[in-house]
Unconditional design. Structure first.
Lengths: 487, 95
């Protein structure tokens, strides 16, 4: 019963089914790992030990009575952006440091109903705004591969926890790369499904036309397992789409022979670290050796992705975050003089620097006289970028490239320069702008730091991404590498 | 295009954000850089391009206008900073 922490969801399910160990034993083992390692990593904002053990006991009882759900007894961590009933839900912000959610997000509800056990809530960039986890009110998360480096963000806590084997899987969200970039920088798998594939109900909104929920795991098979439970129509999210959800796990076994992979020339320009470029090209060659064919595709507008995103996302954020007014929930300033003072001081005190910058940027681009030049223009360019993808997908099944321009950077290196930080997401943002599903899978190490291969697919074709990445993981063992201190 | 102190103050007022003097000064610098950066968008030829309304070009789903949720006001107001008799309290608005 050793090394439970190193096992995948698939392996753990086999152990639970055979009675080799119980969910209570497994949960206990992981809670012990969290208490041993999380002071170093700061990956969790809240540990829900008592609730987890109670849920594990219920899972064991369900299994004994023949009522085991598909995720029965499997411990996971939720990004602290998902509302969890009766449990503090902070979104990485002082604004919500006192917020006990009165309800569960649909993602939380569905995974819970399937039998998953929640170990705690993962640290994250404040309101998911950041690419390094340094904007969290609860302090930065450390990268398990080098504690001086960032695990990426905004789902940095989810990624670090999975990479350090504190949990086999964690939920995450992605608005411009927040699942895939931290996955790449921590040697984990991260999938952002098609926009509308997974319900956003109870997922605290940042940019509503871009946000999507997904997972971070160590194996593609585990990601397929969880996504199958999370995905599907939910009437409580008006943007959730009513499309059939395939059996992602069953489809993993299909061959990738004949799969056509598009390579975007612009993704291998001077912005990409040369060694990363070599590794990513080796990964694409490996896919070719499995029977896929690679062709170059042109995306003339892709270079405008980041500026487009930094108009659209802040605009939506400034609108979404207007709900934090110090009246109904969240931080409230003391002794307000009048209503304006109540709003302005509650928000001024409750939000951190990056969130303020984005609210300000969004307010500016939406304000009278600037709307056409910025917001309308950005939504037009967004259409051009989405059309570039659609055109490419007439010829290819998947677009492949690097997830990030470099491996993990040092904490403190980029936080003072927003533009440099924003450019971290240069390869991932396009998928959000067009609503396409995308995934990052470990594809090697550069100077002892992990990097990822990025795959983007047609709308609703998560299966192609999972199948391709799974085939790659059958041929490679990058994903089995574990940071030395967390073996 | 750089923003000046007054513009930043005006945006902060629209956004209902109180800024400390140091934050204000820093935002003048950083917002200017961000605005310069996103100004690259003007390079794109977008004549005749329809602004994107939804990533999947679908219309907003509608539902019948019926009550679907029970009243759980008391439970929801447990997160409120100040309530009385089911009402949220704010500083006096009308004299």
């Amino acid at each position: 019963m050793t090394d439970l922490h190193a096992k995948s969801l698939t392996e753990l399910t086999a152990g639970l089914e055979s009675g080799e160990f119980s969910s209570v034993e497994l949960t206990q083992a992981l809670l012990e790992r969290i208490s041993a390692h999380d002071q170093t990593l700061n990956a969790l904002v809240t540990v829900t030990g008592d609730e987890a053990l109670a849920a594990a006991a219920r899972a064991d009882a369900d299994r004994a009575s023949g009522n085991a759900g598909v995720l029965n007894g499997l411990p996971i961590i939720h990004k602290d952006i998902f509302c969890t009933r009766g449990i503090k839900t902070t979104c990485g912000s002082k604004m919500l440091d006192n917020f006990i959610s009165p309800y569960d997000a649909t993602v939380v509800e569905r995974l819970g109903t399937a039998g998953a056990v929640v170990l705690g809530k993962a640290n994250m960039d404040e309101f998911a705004m950041g690419s390094s986890n340094e904007t969290s009110y609860f302090g930065p998360v450390k990268n398990p591969w080098d504690l001086e480096r960032s695990p990426g963000g905004s789902s940095g806590g989810s990624a670090a926890a999975v990479a350090a084997r504190l949990a086999p899987a964690a939920t995450a969200t992605d608005t411009g790369g927040s699942i895939r970039q931290p996955a790449a920088l921590t040697n984990t798998v991260g999938i952002k499904p098609t926009y509308g594939r997974v319900s956003r109900y109870g997922m605290i909104a940042f940019a509503s036309s871009l946000d999507q929920a997904g997972v971070i795991t160590r194996t593609v098979e585990d990601a397929a397992r969880l996504l199958g439970v999370m995905a599907g129509f939910d009437e409580r999210d008006s943007t959730c789409l009513n499309e059939p959800v395939p059996d992602y796990v069953a489809e993993l076994g299909n061959s990738i022979k004949g799969l056509k992979i598009g390579i975007v020339r612009q993704h291998f320009d001077e912005g990409l670290d040369a060694e990363c470029g070599v590794k990513v090209k080796e990964a694409i060659a490996a896919l070719e050796s499995l029977g896929a064919t690679a062709v170059e595709v042109d995306m003339p507008n892709i270079d405008l992705s980041v500026p487009t995103y930094y108009v659209v996302a802040p605009a939506e954020c400034s609108s979404n975050l207007s709900r934090f007014d110090g009246v109904r929930f969240g931080h409230r300033a003391e002794d307000p003089e009048d209503l304006y003072d109540l709003y302005a001081r509650s928000r001024g005190e409750g939000f951190g620097d990056e969130v303020k910058r984005r609210i300000m940027t969004g307010t500016y681009v939406l304000s009278a006289g600037y709307y056409d030049a910025y917001y309308l223009k950005a939504q037009q360019v967004r259409h051009l970028i989405a059309d570039d993808f659609k055109k490419a997908f007439q010829d290819v099944d998947i677009i492949a490239g690097p997830t990030t321009p470099t491996p993990a950077f040092k904490l403190g290196d980029k936080i003072d320069d927003p533009i440099t930080m924003y450019l971290n997401d240069i390869y991932t943002i396009g998928a959000n702008l067009g609503g396409f599903p995308a995934l990052s899978v470990p594809c090697g190490f550069v100077k002892d730091l992990p990097i990822g291969l990025h795959l983007v697919g047609h709308h609703f074709d998560e299966s192609a991404l999972l199948r391709c990445a799974h085939a790659y993981q059958q041929e490679t063992d990058w994903h089995t590498a574990c940071p030395e201190a967390f073996k | 295009m750089s923003l000046d102190k007054d513009q930043v103050q005006q945006i902060a007022a629209l956004a209902r954000l109180e800024l400390k003097p140091a934050e204000h000064a820093e935002l003048v610098d950083k917002l200017s850089k961000i605005v310069d950066f996103v100004a690259h968008l003007s390079e794109a030829d977008t004549s005749g391009v329809v602004p994107m309304a939804h990533p999947l070009d679908v219309a907003q789903r509608l539902r019948p206008d019926v009550v679907t949720e029970p009243n759980e006001r008391d439970r929801f107001q447990q997160n409120a900073p100040s309530v009385t008799g089911g009402l949220y309290l704010v500083p006096k608005v009308i004299e």
